[in-house]
Design a protein around this ligand. Structure first.
Ligand SMILES: Cc1ncc(COP(=O)(O)O)c(C=O)c1O
Length: 402
């Protein structure tokens, strides 16, 4: 008999498919094979030098003690200034909780707001961790599907129907989106906000972690919809926009009572986010955004290069990404003409045979699709997409793909 048994809570926890694909690709690379890893969800750029300098200065200035649980006042001020500068909305410090990545901000919110069986609605495809975090908090995750033909966006009618169908505790919105790169326009966000106004019992999470990676440069947010502020949490962080995934700083801005409870909760788990990273995040938010804009431009060029090849591949469909760092392609037609039973099957074969790691749509609640990340330079990215074109051609020619 085992000396321990795992809690019921974690029994249903799945290994992240993104992490699994990265692991398989790393193992292949370690065997000496030349693998292109397009399953990564992080910028392939280094953190800008002024941010690194701020962290070094923080070490020398003695930032080695426990930080305030909800974050340093200066970081909260930088977050508040950001939203005032970009959205014209001034939040208050008691609304902000800084966490160990946006992931922990989300986990805190689900843990403090959800009871067993609470219904949580989110457009699909959705970021892989929403499902597991909500489930772990006892919630019931209900996706609203929106495919490539709908530009991967839910309509106000779809949202209204989902919220009217059964009592719902929470909605999660994510724009720019992981995995599709789609962005709701201001008008589309306004129309969704109108639907949300009709359902005052629903708490809203707006995950805006890719806000600076919008290719048209316009930073859209739920912040301007002030009528929703008493039940809205905006989640953001420095991971993606400032190439700081390893520094682990995220935050949410929400109603003060929610922030107080999240602080209490977080105080029992981590005692707050890394002191040195918080100082670096201040430099990121209030410093020079030139490197971020250059990174965004690189992602835009990669998007153009990748989609130019995708456009020539028969059997695949996609909606042109407007931000973030991914393209999400519909390969259902291709799968129909092949012996693959799923996009997971295809992704594993594509890695094994063509040495390119992607993430299958199963990870995002939309089987029959593949997510390709732009976290590689243009020659590498285009070489990988040419391999995809070859793979698709071999399938359509009914060549041996076993
Ligand atoms: C949509 C979305 N939200 C949140 C996160 C988490 O970000 P962080 O690295 O700050 O925890 C990610 C990271 O992949 C993401 O894609």
């Amino acid at each position: 008999m085992s000396p321990f048994s795992f809690s019921d809570r974690v029994r249903t926890l799945r290994e992240s498919t993104t992490i699994m694909m990265s692991r398989l690709s790393r193992e292949k690379a370690e065997r000496g094979e030349s693998v292109i890893n397009l399953s990564l969800g992080e910028p392939d750029f280094n953190t800008p030098s002024h941010i690194r300098a701020a962290a070094k200065a923080a070490i020398d200035a003695g930032y080695s003690h426990y930080p305030p649980v909800s974050g340093y006042a200066e970081l909260k001020a930088a977050i508040i200034d950001k939203y005032e500068r970009e959205q014209g909305i001034r939040f208050r410090p008691e609304q902000v909780v800084v966490s160990t990545g946006a992931k922990q901000a989300l986990a805190n919110l689900f843990q403090i707001l959800l009871n067993k069986g609470d219904r949580v609605v989110a457009p699909a495809p959705y970021w892989v961790s929403y499902f597991d975090m909500v489930t772990l908090a006892g919630g019931t995750f209900v996706p609203i599907p929106a495919g490539a033909d709908a530009d991967y966006k839910v309509t106000p009618e779809q949202l209204d129907a989902a919220l009217s169908e059964a009592p719902t505790r929470m909605v999660i919105l994510n724009s720019p989106s992981n995995p599709t790169g789609m962005i709701y326009t201001r008008e589309e966000m306004g129309a969704l906000a109108e639907v949300l106004a009709k359902h005052p019992e629903v708490f809203i999470i707006s995950d805006e972690i890719y806000d600076w990676l919008a290719f048209d440069g316009e930073l859209r947010s739920m912040a301007p919809f002030t009528a929703l502020h008493d039940r809205l949490a905006i989640v953001n962080g420095v991971s993606k926009s400032y190439a700081m995934t390893g520094w682990r700083i995220g935050y949410f801005i929400g109603p003060p009572a929610v922030a107080r409870m999240a602080e209490k909760f977080q105080g029992q788990f981590t005692s707050g986010a890394c002191s040195i990273s918080q100082q670096a995040a201040i430099a990121a938010l209030s410093g020079d955004h030139g490197p971020t804009i250059a990174m965004r431009e690189a992602f835009r060029q990669r998007r153009d290069a990748a989609t130019a090849i995708l456009d020539t591949i028969p059997g695949v469909k996609y909606a042109r990404p407007q931000g973030a760092m991914y393209v999400f392609i519909d390969i259902r037609e291709l799968l129909r003409q092949s012996d693959f039973s799923s996009s997971l099957d295809f992704a594993l074969w594509f890695l094994e045979r063509h040495n390119v790691s992607t993430v299958p749509g199963e990870a995002f609640g939309m089987p029959g699709h593949l997510r390709i990340s732009f976290a590689a330079d243009i020659p590498t990215l285009t070489s990988a997409i040419h391999r995809l074109a070859d793979a698709c051609q071999s399938i359509l020619n009914h060549a041996d793909v076993s």
